[in-house]
Design a protein. Structure first.
Length: 285
């Protein structure tokens, strides 16, 4: 390599243009073969660098989000959960969802696609330029409870307050310790004050969160903050996991006692939701 090429290589390195450094020689060959102008060459080199950086960023943030599996909104079969239309989730798939700090509670029995949708929405937020963290309610409460006992609540809380989007999966599936409500309130309130969104999935109607958290008053304060800029979506269509099996598990029909937005694969929706995305829907519980 002559000196000029060595200098260029060093300069690209110094500018952290790793991808440009890797591809520029191939691109020069292509440009010569196809007789590109200088502008086209430079534009292509820069576009390749940007695309590469976006891919790297997406990979890094997806790994950091700790999703248990990666599913996108395109993977979700809306013909299966028939009355949940993609347009109903519109605002949750746009950057506004994060910027405006909206929340979402996905309520339903197992296999309805709650975790899938929460992951898909969080992944979309990553694609839109934000970061995200997925956790289960059990892991979050356990982690913060230990931190509280060790006098490290503030530092540990930061891990759950800082991400652009927080997914708290399986709220109410397992039983929690006596400080659960207190801990969850800290997370919800800190994020509420900073207008940062939370996506919850749960199989428990909101009125039962008081029992689950051993503190009805704090549970109400938590739900109040979530729904001030948030929405409850009930998925009560068939289970996707057991879709090919003609079985019916007799599940206590608690979900029917909850008011709010009902999107179902089976029954008629109780409430008509806006077809698009700009309104803040406050649901009651
Ligand atoms: P839940 O959290 O409600 O128990 P999951 O989101 O874990 O259910 O869904 C169980 C499995 O079924 C996952 O692999 C998910 O991707 C898939 N699934 C659920 N609903 C749908 C759907 N409507 N379209 C495509 N896949 C679905
Ligand atoms: Mg789930």
């Amino acid at each position: 390599m002559d000196q000029l090429l060595l200098d260029l290589d060093q300069m690209l390195k110094r500018l952290n243009l790793a991808n440009a450094r890797r591809i520029w020689q191939d691109l020069v060959r292509k440009a010569e073969e196809e007789e590109w102008g200088f502008t086209q060459f430079l534009t292509t080199l820069m576009a390749e660098e940007i695309a590469h950086r976006q891919q790297t960023r997406l990979r890094k943030l997806t790994r950091r989000a700790k999703f248990p599996f990666l599913k996108t909104i395109d993977d979700f079969d809306f013909t299966f959960q028939t009355s949940l239309k993609q347009t109903m989730l519109g605002s949750y798939l746009s950057p506004e969802f994060v910027v405006q700090g909206r929340n979402l509670i996905l309520l339903g029995r197992p296999g309805r696609g709650k975790t899938h949708l929460a992951i898909a929405i969080a992944y979309k937020a990553i694609q839109n330029g934000f970061d995200a963290l997925f956790t289960t309610a059990t892991a979050l409460i356990g982690h913060l409870s230990t931190a509280l006992q060790n006098g490290q609540l503030a530092q540990t809380l930061h891990l759950y307050v800082q991400p652009g989007v927080l997914v708290i999966d399986e709220m109410g599936y397992l039983s929690y310790g006596p400080d659960a409500a207190n801990i969850l309130f800290h997370v919800v309130n800190e994020r509420y004050l900073k207008s940062r969104p939370i996506l919850f999935t749960t199989n428990k109607p909101l009125k039962l969160w008081g029992n689950v958290l051993h503190d009805p008053d704090l549970a109400e304060a938590i739900i109040d903050r979530i729904l001030e800029r948030g929405r409850l979506i009930i998925l009560d269509g068939p289970s996707y996991r057991t879709r090919d099996q003609k079985i019916h598990l007799d599940f206590p029909d608690q979900l029917d006692s909850v008011s709010g937005a009902r999107f179902s694969g089976i029954s008629t929706p109780k409430y008509t939701e806006p077809a698009c995305c700009n309104s803040h829907t406050n649901s009651t519980f």
